[in-house]
Design a protein around this ligand. Structure first.
Ligand code: SF4
Length: 443
C-alpha cells in the first residue's frame, strides 16, 4: 500500500497571491453557521438534494450542524461526495442546490448550503479527525485511473471503499487536475485542493505523477490491471488562427490560471485582453485585474445574452473592473516580437465583420479562452467509441464500448462542473466494482 502523503505541505508558498486573492465568500463562524442552519426547513422531499449532482443529503448535514454534530455532518457530506470541501467552494450553487431551495418561493434568501457545507468540512479538518470511513477488505483487484482530477479521485475513493486497489497516473506534479490548477484562487485555493486530497489518500489511493500516458503505456496498464478508468479531462485551448498568435505575450487561460495559482506569476502587465466569454475567461480576466492590470477587456463575438459564463460570474467580473467588448472579434495581434496591440472588428447581427469599423486597443498580454479540444487522440477508435473526440459511456455505470474501460468527467461531457465530474467518478467506481464482481461470478 502507498505511503501516507502530504500534498498540502507541497503547496507553493506565495504570500503575494494569498493577499491578492482573499476568499470570494469568507467562511462562516460558528454563531453565523448555527443561525443559518436553524433557518433550514429540512424539507422532506429536499429539492436541494435532487438538484445536487452527487445527491448530498442536504437537510441531514445541515440538521447535524444545528445540533452541534460536526463530524456527523461532514460524514453525511463525504458519504455522497468525497470532494465535498472543494465542491462547497467551487459549485455554481445558484443553478444547483441553492437555486432549488424552497425559500425562493417565499421570496426569502435561499439557505447558504455551500457555506454550511464548507463550515462542516473545515470543522472536520480543524478537529484533526480522520476520514470517517476506511478502505474495504482487499479483493485482490486493481484499477488504473488515467488523470488525477475530480472524476478519477471520486472513482478511486469508491474503489478503495470496496477493497479495490486504485492507482492514479497524472501528467502534473501534484494531484487534483482542475481543482488544483484551474479554479480561481479566490474560490478554491490550490492548498485547499491538496488538503482535501491528503484526506482522500488515507484510503490508500496510490499516485504516480509527471506521467503522460500514451497508447503504449495504456496497453500495458490494461494488461496489468483488472479495469481502467479514463478521467482525462479536456486538452489544449483552441487557437484563434490569426496573425500574431505566436508573439510573446500570448497565452491561454488555463496556463495563466495555473501559473498564478502556483506562484509562477505574481503580477499582470497594464493592458490585458481575454478572448472568449465563458467561466474560464472570466476567471482569467478577474485574475489579471487582481494581479494589477490597469485595464482588462473581455472580447466576445456575441452579446451578453449568449455568453456561456454564469450571470453571477459576469456581475462579479464587472465589480472586479473588467470591461466587455461585445459583438467584437480579434483580427490580428500586433507587435515586434512581443504583443503591443490587438486589432478588433465589430460584427453585425450575422456575425460578419464590418471592416470599416476595425479599431486597435493597446495590449501587453492576450489570454485565449475560446474553448478546449478533447485529449483522446491516443485512444484507438476501434477500442473505445468516441463522438467528436468525446468518450461515449453508459451514463449509469460509466462503462465505455470496451467493457474493461470506464470513464467520466469532462472527457465524456465536453466540460461541466467539478461536482458533475465527482458524480461521474462515483458512478463509475460503483460500476467498476459491480462489473468486476460479475466477472468473478462468471469465471
Ligand atoms: S456539492 Fe455542490 S451542488 Fe451539491 S449540495 Fe454541495 S454545494 Fe450544493
Amino acid at each position: 500500500m502507498s505511503e501516507p502523503t502530504n500534498f498540502f505541505e507541497q503547496a507553493p508558498d506565495a504570500p503575494e497571491i494569498a493577499a491578492r486573492f482573499p476568499d470570494l465568500h469568507p467562511p462562516f463562524n460558528k454563531t453565523v453557521a448555527l443561525t443559518e442552519a436553524n433557518r433550514c426547513l429540512y424539507c422532506f422531499d429536499a429539492p436541494c438534494t435532487a438538484a445536487c449532482p452527487t445527491h448530498i443529503d442536504v437537510p441531514r448535514f445541515i440538521k447535524k450542524i444545528a445540533s452541534g454534530n460536526m463530524d456527523g455532518s461532514a460524514k453525511t457530506i463525504l458519504d455522497a461526495n468525497i470532494l465535498g470541501a472543494s465542491c462547497a467552494r467551487a459549485c455554481p450553487v445558484a443553478v444547483l442546490c441553492e437555486g432549488a431551495c424552497v425559500m425562493h418561493r417565499y421570496n426569502r434568501q435561499p439557505i447558504a448550503i455551500a457555506r454550511l457545507q464548507r463550515f462542516a468540512m473545515d470543522s472536520l479538518y480543524e478537529s484533526g479527525a480522520l476520514l470517517p470511513f476506511s478502505s474495504g477488505a482487499d479483493t485482490g483487484k486493481s484499477v488504473a485511473l488515467i488523470g488525477g482530477g475530480p472524476a478519477s479521485l471520486a472513482c478511486a475513493a469508491e474503489l478503495r471503499r470496496r477493497g479495490i486497489r486504485a492507482e492514479i497516473f497524472d501528467a502534473q506534479p501534484l494531484p487534483g487536475g482542475l481543482n488544483t490548477y484551474g479554479i480561481a484562487e479566490y474560490k478554491l485555493p490550490l492548498a485547499e485542493s491538496l488538503r482535501e486530497i491528503d484526506m482522500l489518500a488515507q484510503l490508500g489511493v496510490q499516485f504516480h505523477f509527471d506521467v503522460t500516458v500514451d497508447a503504449k503505456m495504456l496497453g500495458e496498464l490494461e494488461a496489468s490491471h483488472d479495469a481502467v478508468f479514463l478521467g482525462l479531462g479536456l486538452g489544449a485551448i483552441h487557437k484563434l488562427g490569426i496573425v500574431g498568435e505566436s508573439l510573446a505575450g500570448v497565452t491561454n487561460a488555463l496556463d495563466y490560471i495555473a501559473d498564478y495559482k502556483s506562484g509562477k506569476i505574481t503580477s499582470a502587465p497594464a493592458h490585458v485582453a481575454v478572448i472568449g466569454a465563458g467561466n474560464t475567461a472570466i476567471d482569467a480576466a478577474n485574475a489579471a485585474a487582481r494581479l494589477g492590470a490597469s485595464e482588462v477587456h473581455i472580447v466576445y463575438r456575441r452579446g451578453p445574452e449568449q455568453m456561456s459564463a454564469f450571470a453571477y460570474e459576469y456581475e462579479n467580473s464587472k465589480l472586479e473592473g473588467v470591461r466587455f467588448l461585445w459583438h467584437t472579434q480579434p483580427v490580428s495581434i500586433n507587435g515586434n516580437g512581443i504583443v503591443e496591440s490587438l486589432r478588433l472588428a465589430k460584427l453585425d447581427d450575422s456575425l460578419l465583420p464590418k471592416p470599416e469599423e476595425d479599431f486597435d486597443i493597446p495590449v501587453d498580454l492576450v489570454i485565449l479562452a475560446i474553448g478546449q479540444s478533447t485529449h483522446t487522440e491516443f485512444l484507438a477508435d476501434d477500442n473505445i467509441k468516441l463522438d467528436h473526440g468525446r468518450i461515449l459511456i453508459d451514463r449509469a455505470t460509466g462503462q465505455t464500448s470496451n467493457p474493461k474501460y470506464f470513464s467520466g468527467g469532462d472527457c465524456t461531457n465536453s466540460g461541466r462542473e467539478v461536482v458533475d465530474a465527482v458524480a461521474d467518478g462515483k458512478r463509475a467506481g460503483v460500476g467498476i466494482a459491480a462489473w468486476l464482481e460479475e466477472q468473478h461470478a462468471n469465471a
